[in-house]
Design a protein around this ligand. Structure first.
Ligand SMILES: C[S@@+](CC[C@H](N)C(=O)[O-])C[C@H]1O[C@@H](n2cnc3c(N)ncnc32)[C@H](O)[C@@H]1O
Length: 337
């Protein structure tokens, strides 16, 4: 049997529910533009991830400077030894699944039988990333059932099938750190709200460390992160018909110690006026004006305790590397008294 979803032919055992394709393009464009009219210019980091942006992000994960990916993968391999057979009969929900290469490590530690009885539910704003990763996973693990959800985090949680099976939530890549701290707390609380006793949650977080190591990770020598950052303007152009020339912007990424986060900006090399058929006013950008494109918050033990207690989750364990650069939290729903 071949499952056909949203007009595209998928492999047997793969289904994708699309909550992005059905939203109005003008609404998405309006959201992309809303931060460009005032003085404090910004574009939400979710707009990095079109087909092209997801591929550039995968290139970032292979950079020598980008220790996050390597370190977390080692921790997942270690955690996998403990968890793998607990996947039996479970729904594995991964938020911001990207290329699914991390869950693949995890699945590789499980027996074929455990994989055959589990179901993988990747949730990502970029449908093309779900399609590609489903293809790769099916090649390695043909027995795995995949039910993808193309949606933002909130829509993805709403679209989950009823909790008839045990759930293992995964949120890797320190993607939680891309949200402002209050929004991050709320998202973890929502995930916890979808959990029942016995469910588990694996959360990967990048830890506070020396500024030079952090800044190097977001300013690689090959300029891949610069390409990734500038690609957001191409996404906005495609959505809103703006004529931004990405080459007219410098890539800036630096550590804000007070907020414990890397901030990423595009800085205009010259003054420009950009119009779009969707707005009656032009977007005016001054020379050296910055567009804020991403925050990557870093975490401490105190943040970890705050997140788990706010969400009502127990910390069952923390996997960390020798240098304590990255933490993989193993969280459980608190038992009802
Ligand atoms: C930093 S990447 C991490 C990818 C992968 N989890 C990893 O660790 O390599 C963030 C991922 O989350 C997705 N994403 C970003 N914002 C999102 C949102 N608001 N809702 C759903 N997915 C989102 C992106 O498409 C991307 O795949």
């Amino acid at each position: 049997m071949t499952v056909q979803t949203a007009g595209r032919r998928m492999r047997r055992g793969v289904e994708i529910q699309d909550r992005i394709g059905s939203s109005r393009k003008e609404d998405t464009a309006a959201r992309a533009l809303e931060g460009l009219l005032g003085s404090d210019k910004h574009i939400s980091s979710e707009f990095f991830y079109d087909r092209h942006g997801s591929r550039i992000f995968e290139e970032i994960t292979r950079l020598p400077e980008y220790y996050l990916n390597r370190t977390e993968k080692e921790l997942i391999a270690e955690a996998g030894i403990r968890f793998a057979d607990g996947l039996c009969g479970a729904d594995i929900v991964e938020l911001g699944s990207g290329d699914s290469s991390k869950i693949s490590i995890f699945l590789g530690r499980a027996s074929r039988g455990a994989r055959a009885s589990a179901r993988y539910l990747p949730v990502d704003i970029d449908r093309s990333a779900i399609e590609r990763s489903a293809r790769d996973l099916k090649q390695n693990y043909p027995e795995l059932r995949i039910y993808g959800i193309a949606a933002d985090f909130s829509g993805g949680l709403e679209a989950l099938p009823p909790p008839e099976r045990r759930r293992v939530f995964c949120f890797f890549g320190s993607t939680l750190g891309n949200l402002l701290r209050p929004a991050a707390l709320e998202l973890v609380r929502r995930i916890a709200g979808s959990m029942r006793e016995g469910d588990e949650f694996l959360l990967g977080l990048d830890m506070v460390k020396e500024k030079s190591i952090l800044e190097r990770a977001y300013n690689d020598g090959a300029g891949v992160t610069r390409r990734f950052n500038r690609n957001i303007l191409k996404v906005v152009n495609a959505l809103a018909g703006t004529g931004f020339d990405p080459a007219k912007f410098r890539h800036l990424a630096f550590y804000n110690k007070r907020e414990a986060r890397i901030e990423m900006y595009l800085e205009a090399r010259e003054q420009m006026t950009v119009s779009t058929p969707l707005l009656k006013d032009d977007i005016i950008i001054r020379e050296e004006e910055r567009i804020h494109t991403e925050n990557s918050h870093k975490f401490t033990k105190r943040h970890i305790e705050e997140i788990s207690s706010y969400a009502g989750l127990d910390i069952a364990g923390i996997f960390t590397d020798k240098r304590k650069w990255f933490s993989l939290l193993w969280l459980k729903k608190k038992a009802l008294k």
